[in-house]
Design a protein around this ligand. Structure first.
Ligand SMILES: [Zn+2]
Length: 313
């Protein structure tokens, strides 16, 4: 397995689309989805002779070392490291001195920067593919940028707002114009449970929806036969939700989520959700649970979300 999963260059001008997968090494579905997507793009001109692609797409494996071992990370969660100052020190460092996630980040940045220097695109899009340790939910995380919320909506999955306020150092925090140097729109997609084979199909469908929404392929091209899975799934889920609460875990080894919670499951205030260091953890409010943590690495125990009411009057 290589850092670059695939690359596809269109014959027409367009943006640079960077799709990352395996930013957490225990999430192989997105990686598999990208491998299949690049195969589909290779055969597309044969089935559709008038197929054109605008710009370039590059698929990147995030945490290569952790991926090889099937672990979420080697020494730290790579999706919490993207603080601009910290990234700058990684960029300036002698690469031979970097280890683990720092080395992974540097290699990703080098790949992206080479593409930007070569293509000089007017715009960059980042789609970061993930899966979750809990079942029952697909969703996307958008930055506050209007375009990112709008694209997220077109992926046929609930949009989560406000998640980025409660955590820091995710790819979505970093991949913005002020850090990249060109207009950049970023979205994360969560395709379902880590080990559900359908998560691969959902990641493919979301990626194709993404490509159509940003206009790099025409809707009649690149058959999206998995889209109905997303649409079917989406029917029973809220359209837009807002994060109201996050539970922070100090020591993951003392964390025990009560079994059976699914994403977007309704919870009521006072309900016992987990045990932390032997003490019961209760729901602080009514709402829906998001990303209840059923794995032994990670510090976000769960989130509570509410259906978004729109801009309050
Ligand atoms: Zn992840």
């Amino acid at each position: 397995m290589n850092r670059v999963i695939g690359k596809y260059k269109g014959t027409e001008e367009g943006p640079l689309l960077v799709i990352t997968a395996g930013m957490h090494g225990n999430e192989p579905a997105g990686v598999k989805a990208l491998e299949l997507l690049f195969k589909m793009l290779e055969v597309e001109p044969i089935t559709n002779p008038d197929f054109t692609y605008k710009g370039e797409i590059i698929g990147i494996l995030g945490n290569l070392q952790a991926f090889r071992h099937g672990d979420r990370f080697v020494s730290k969660d790579m999706n919490r490291c993207w603080e601009p100052d910290y990234i700058q020190t990684i960029k300036n460092a002698d690469i031979t001195t970097l280890r683990d996630e720092d080395l992974e980040i540097r290699e990703i940045l080098d790949v992206i920067n080479i593409e930007i220097d070569r293509l000089r695109p007017d715009k960059m899009y980042l789609l970061d593919l993930h899966t979750t340790s809990s079942d029952g939910g697909i969703f996307c995380i958008a930055t506050e940028k209007e375009e990112s919320v709008q694209i997220a909506h077109e992926l046929h999955a609930p949009v989560i707002l406000g998640l980025l306020d409660g955590i820091s150092g995710t790819t979505l925090h970093y991949f913005r114009q002020k850090n990249i140097g060109i207009p950049t729109v970023s979205i994360a997609f969560e395709g379902g449970h880590h080990d559900d084979p359908m998560s691969v199909n959902r990641c493919i469908a979301a990626t194709i929806n993404f490509m159509r929404t940003i206009g790099v392929v025409r809707p009649e091209h690149v058959e999206n036969r998995h889209d109905h899975i997303l649409i079917e799934y989406y029917k029973n889920l809220p359209e837009i939700v807002e994060v109201k609460y996050k539970y922070h875990i100090e020591d993951n080894h003392k964390w025990e989520m009560k079994p059976g919670y699914r994403n977007f499951q309704k919870i009521i205030k006072g309900e016992i959700l987990a045990r932390d260091n032997g003490q019961p953890v209760t729901a602080p409010m009514d709402g829906m649970i998001l990303m209840p943590l059923y794995q032994t690495q990670g510090q976000d125990g769960f989130f509570v979300v509410e259906e978004w009411k729109g801009l309050s009057a």
